[in-house]
Design a protein around this ligand. Structure first.
Ligand SMILES: *Cc1c(COP(=O)(O)O)cnc(C)c1O
Length: 305
């Protein structure tokens, strides 16, 4: 897959604050294997093929970008796919799950309480799944091979700019993508993560991922935990207004779960002079646009498209 474009954004606020702002358009990598989920799957798919697996098994919520990406990757790379989905089955299927169905992904729905034990050794057996047959990918695709896949984004950015930017910023869900960026930077510049869930566990999660790849000595990263808008997949009107305005002024579509919160946070931080004059800042657009259809189904067409 070829590198995604790096797009320079010009807006009056950026001029005024002297910040060079770029968007790494990983949303354009593939319409369904979106953004970071493609990078996270890449080496997992290679590993699965090498080890002779024909089937992928993974986990996620009913609107998961990762499940959509895995379903699409299964078709493209010739794997059968099985998704373990959190929560009871509801009909009609939401747009994400309809897409899984279209891709031929087998779906097993489990209660939220059972889902919590999904990594227990007996869990798959209780669902009558022969786990020997499957290459198993954790929720969100987040494992060490995912981190390795994401690290390449840093190289691509550097190649386009001629040098690393002062900051690379990313939305954090499980923290694996952020860990990949930190690993790719390998001590240079600053990685800034914007956490899209409520709570203060992300820093530990990232440290765990970094220690798995022997990179826990790296400390050129920080997190912003003030822009979750109430929690994962929660929102408030100012976030929606921002996403719509951003689309109008830049032409770039953001999603309300991840990249909308990320861009909102960055523009708030720019307003607050968080980034010194003359800084260069790359926001990674990790995709997730497939989620807008499900969001619209729940809340109405509040996101302009
Ligand atoms: C999954 C996802 C993220 C978060 O990635 P993690 O590795 O789980 O932190 C960010 N942006 C989008 C669009 C995603 O789908």
């Amino acid at each position: 897959m070829t590198a995604s474009p790096l797009q320079a954004i010009r807006l009056p606020l950026l001029e005024e604050k002297g910040v060079s702002f770029y968007i790494k358009r990983d949303d354009l990598l593939h319409p369904d294997i979106s953004g970071n989920k493609w990078r996270k799957l890449k080496y997992n798919l290679e590993e699965a093929k090498e080890r002779g697996f024909k089937r992928l098994l993974t986990f996620g919520g009913a609107y998961s970008n990762h499940l959509a990406a895995t379903a699409a990757a299964g078709i493209k790379y010739g794997f059968d796919t099985l998704a373990i989905i959190r929560g009871e089955k509801r009909l009609p299927l939401n747009p994400t799950l309809s897409y899984l169905k279209l891709c031929g992904t087998e779906m097993k729905f489990v209660s939220r309480s059972a889902y919590r034990n999904k990594y227990e050794p007996q869990f798959l057996e209780t669902l009558d799944i022969d786990q020997e047959e499957y290459y198993i990918i954790p929720e969100g695709g987040s494992n060490t091979l995912a981190i390795k896949g994401v690290a390449a984004v840093v190289e691509e950015i550097e190649e386009d700019l001629g040098s690393p930017p002062d900051y690379i910023s990313i939305a954090c869900g499980t923290g694996a993508t952020m860990s990949g960026v930190i690993s790719g930077l390998n001590g240079r510049s600053q990685a800034l993560g914007v956490v899209v869930l409520k709570g203060s566990f992300m820093s530990d999660e990232i440290k765990k991922f970094l220690s798995l790849i022997q990179k826990d000595h790296l400390d050129n990263w920080s997190l912003s935990e003030d822009f979750h808008f109430g929690g994962y997949a929660k929102f408030k009107p100012p976030l929606i207004d921002f996403i719509n305005e951003f689309k109008t002024t830049t032409g770039v579509q953001l999603d309300p779960i991840y990249t909308g919160k990320l861009a909102y946070a960055l523009f708030e931080l720019i307003k607050q002079d968080y980034f010194p004059k003359g800084s260069s800042l790359v926001m990674v657009h990790t995709g997730g646009l497939q989620g807008i259809a499900g969001f619209t189904q729940r809340y109405g067409p509040i996101i302009a498209q």
